[in-house]
Ligand binder design. Structure first.
Ligand SMILES: Cc1cc2nc3c(=O)[nH]c(=O)nc-3n(C[C@H](O)[C@H](O)[C@H](O)COP(=O)(O)OP(=O)(O)OC[C@H]3O[C@@H](n4cnc5c(N)ncnc54)[C@H](O)[C@@H]3O)c2cc1C
Length: 376
């Protein structure tokens, strides 16, 4: 064990008011909110990898607040009021991102979004009308969702029976967002120590002792923003890992596709990245296998994605698959984010259920409010 110098003890490893574990979107937004509200607090984020490594820089970059089949399913699962509450958080989360970052900084593309439906059912128009009436007080739009079946062919899509448009949806660059948010958080005075895996934490009477590499850090408040990896550090936390896999094609010069697209309650999602296609999902083809924190890709899901791409999106083009990766989401049992204390002055903020781009800016406000009660 290398002993620390007095300089290190009094700077990087000095006792902190707040330590956050995890420098993904949740950890960053939480630190940002805390420091903005209380600039005098000393805050350090401990991130185990050289860059964040879980979901935040490995997602699809959809700035979306929900597709019709996903929201209908949510309403069934969690009730209409809760579904609307989460839509509102997502809607406000996207607005907040835009308040803090210019379109150019995060490649925010107001391309509009769509949901593809396999067969046109009788209920579809009724369902759309019902959701539009529920969402109107949230977004102010009289019709967030609109049938545009006639756009299927011009977008180059095949094998679907209906298409629903949502003009408010957008795409962004996940790497640029995380990097810009990191810089903003550091500019407020938050310290981020990368390459710092937390391996243990011990609650003492007046502080928590954190073990990180071969170092110790004391903190008044500890917050885990470790999402799918939280079970490695905390007992009895109801979060399940869910791997999401993604492929990206080579550039396609005559690509017709433009926008963000969802299918099958969000189990498939795709968008254009300039003149490439990004496609992710198919987790429902092997649910058990995909309940893992392993970030690699699997033959089953990669095959399912390539088949879907060729069948529905890209049969008319010539392309190769140039990029493949896996990321890991954290799901709660009831599909609602979890912000709660787990011991005195120890908290978790996690489980954005595959929607963290839009949700983390708002869930971080709840986490910060809860934690700041300790400093009143
Ligand atoms: C393939 C895929 C596609 C997605 N697409 C979208 C989308 O289009 N739109 C959308 O809104 N959401 C999407 N999501 C979900 C979104 O990315 C997540 O909800 C969000 O990024 C979660 O952020 P987080 O900070 O909670 O978790 P993470 O980004 O996973 O961050 C957790 C961090 O904790 C660190 N950590 C873990 N354990 C330790 C430890 N012991 N010590 C120190 N550090 C530790 C990890 O290294 C990691 O950096 C997608 C996710 C995936 C995987």
């Amino acid at each position: 064990m290398t002993s620390l110098s007095i300089w290190e003890k009094e700077s990087y490893y000095a006792t902190q008011d707040i330590v956050i574990v995890g420098a993904g979107l949740m950890g960053l937004w939480t630190a940002f909110e805390l420091k903005k509200s209380r600039p005098s607090l000393s805050i350090t984020i401990l991130e185990r990898n050289a860059t964040p490594l879980g979901a935040s820089t490995r997602n699809a970059g959809f700035a979306c607040f929900g597709s019709v089949t996903e929201l209908l399913n949510d309403a069934q699962q969690m009730g209409q009021d809760e579904m609307c509450r989460i839509v509102e958080l997502r809607y406000k989360g996207i607005k907040k991102i835009r308040q803090h970052f210019s379109n150019a900084t995060i490649d925010f593309d107001e391309c509009g979004g769509y949901e593809c439906i396999s067969t046109n059912t009788n209920n579809l128009d009724e369902d759309i009308a019902w959701l539009n009436s529920l969402l109107k007080p949230i977004t102010g739009n009289s019709a967030d969702f609109k049938r545009v079946d006639n756009k299927l062919a011009p977008l180059g899509l095949k094998g679907f029976g209906a298409l629903i448009e949502n003009k408010s949806e957008a795409g962004l660059h996940s790497g640029h967002l995380v990097r810009a948010l990191t810089q903003k958080t550091q500019a407020l005075g938050v310290t981020i120590l990368y390459g710092s895996p937390v391996t243990a934490w011990n609650k003492q009477k007046n502080y928590t002792d954190i073990t990180c590499n071969d170092k110790r850090i004391k903190t008044n408040v500890l917050i885990f923003c470790t999402n799918a990896f939280t079970n490695e550090l905390v007992d009895d936390v109801m979060i399940e890992p869910a791997r999401g896999q993604v492929i990206v094609t080579s550039p396609i010069p005559d690509l017709l596709l433009k926008g963000t697209f969802h299918f099958d309650e969000g189990f498939y999602y795709w968008r254009n990245l300039g003149n490439r296609i990004l496609l992710g999902g198919a987790r429902n083809k092997a649910m058990d296998e995909e309940q893992t924190t392993d970030l690699s890709t699997s033959a089953t899901i990669q095959h399912a994605l390539e088949t879907f791409l060729q069948t529905h999106i890209a049969s008319q083009y010539s392309y190769t698959i140039e990029h493949r990766w896996g990321g890991v989401m954290g799901f709660s049992k009831n599909k609602q984010p979890i912000v709660q204390p787990i011991a005195e002055n120890v908290f978790v903020a996690m489980a954005c259920n595959g929607m963290g781009v839009a949700l983390t800016p708002m869930i971080a406000e709840d986490a910060a409010a809860l934690v700041l009660e300790k400093f009143n």
